[in-house]
Write a protein that binds this ligand. Sequence first.
Ligand SMILES: [Zn+2]
Length: 277
Amino acid sequence: MDAVPIWFFLLSAGLFGLLFGSLANVIIWRVPRGESIIAPGSHCPSCESAIRWYDNIPVISWVILGARCRECGVRISARYPIVEAASGLLWLVAAATWGMSIQTLFGIGLFYLLLVLTLIDLDHMRLPNSIVAALGVIGVVGVTVAQVTGEPAVPLFVGRGLLDTPLAYAVSGVLVGGGISVAMAGSYALIRKSAGLGMGDIKLLAVLGLYFGPYVLMVLMIASLLGAVVGVVALRRQSGSARARIPFGPFLAAGALVVALWGPLVLDWYLRLAGVR
Ligand SMILES: [Zn+2]
């Protein structure tokens, strides 16, 4: 693999990310509606005409067509090219972070499905079981690969000492992620008589435990912090007592991204700040 120049590797990752970004848009639209991802092919949601391959090039087609359908001229949301660009960027970041290794594949799987979950949660206020399950299956495969071959895969980083095997680290992560969120959801339900964390969030946190081990706790803390900040801002903007529910999935995804890239650094910084180290 040393024969492949790093720039070529990174460029390929970014381009594949863009292409898969188109697929992400399809998944985001169809999975919550119970439609097939494969058939029929992409079509305009307004006039139903099939989208030709040359009108379906990530980001570029949207710009060339002036954000409109070629057939009926209906406006096409900027969200489509934004999701494609975000996918390309996430694949590139994963490739740059983990280099030419198996771990990059699992990092890409994690980032990609979190992007999909973020947008579905924003649209529908739920995290589909099928996608959370897919993330879980990829995670279990990664843990198995790491445990059997000794190559880093999933969890994305493994601690020292008691939990120094991928399997032990992942299992403790699932227990921490699932347990803490169940406890949090339970206490919210008791205090406010309304669920704070949804079942989808709980399942996602348990699955994220596979990827992060006990660092899943940091994912939850960062997500809660971001959620609280956005929640306060949203409340101030709203007049009257109408309180819009804010989906928690996007904050979990943001927390997961931060911990995947800088988790051990953040812990080190926090421990120094607390005077422990
Ligand atoms: Zn159209």
